[in-house]
Design a protein around this ligand. Sequence first.
Ligand code: C2E
Ligand code: MG
Ligand code: MG
Ligand code: MG
Length: 293
Amino acid sequence: ASKQRGPDSFTFFDESMRDALRLKNATLRDLNSARKKGQFELFYQPIINFETGQITKTEALIRWQHPERGMIGPMDFVMLAEESGLIHEMGEWIFETATQQVAEWRKQFSPNLQVSINTSPLQYRENGIDVKDWQQQLEALNLSGSALVLEITENLLMDTSNSVKGKLKELSNAGLEVAIDDFGTGYSSLSYMKKFDIDYLKIDQSFVKNLTADSEDMALCEAIIVMAHKLGCKVVAEGIETEQQCSLLKQAGCDFGQGYLFSRPINAAGFEVLLKNGQHTLDPTASPQISLH
Ligand code: C2E
Ligand code: MG
Ligand code: MG
Ligand code: MG
């Protein structure tokens, strides 16, 4: 029997690999023109300040509206953009779109709102972000650097090249704030953290997912929060879905929270409705409800 199955499963494997490759090539081809065709869109997820219950920040998350395949999430194309070098063009588009949007929302609704954007390590290489250019774009919008938070991965801090160190330093000198995303999942090294001007640690969702009072995850969250505060960083917890998770994180001294409990990522028009109806906090565990402004 095994002799008969052998060649068959080989063919099957071969074909599924060919299919995967075909899909990858088609995706790459479409991705090339996605920006020009206006198919990228930023969704926004509110970040709640636990002290006040207000939405003080929002994370921009990219979506790709594909004409045939519908909405594609970043997990299915950001890596491809990195492999192909398209990440630079995409990164510029994200910066422009997010800064224009936050300038608008600051004027209309919430003068201190901050937008957080996800950045790829490749954007900190030599041919990446042109810091002068970003500064000029911020000035043209009348925005201070602190309107923007750059989310980076902790592995980036291990990159000791002059380009990475230089760009991060210049950007934080320009007032932009820096957050370490998915904290706790990479190579965390406290000594690297000390060398950079880090403003926020974002506790990875995997620590929040099974959070209960006496769990190891609770001990980890508490330790991360104490350490972050000693190093002068604020803490954002990601992936909060239940009131229990929320109140445990508050008890542990966490500064900000983000997750489906408050809101899923929504399009700009949807987020604007939240800002407009800002008389109610999104934090169901906060009392009394406090106005947004
Ligand atoms: P991330 O930056 O850690 O973003 C958080 C992800 O968790 C988002 O997925 C968000 O939709 C999801 N999320 C938020 N709250 C909850 C929750 O309560 N429960 C659960 N289960 N999930 C929650 P998304 O939008 O699919 O993004 C995935 C990743 O793709 C991001 O992880 C980020 O690393 C990357 N990414 C997203 N947008 C961009 C971008 O504009 N540029 C770059 N370079 N990467 C991006
Ligand atoms: Mg992020
Ligand atoms: Mg700073
Ligand atoms: Mg994350």
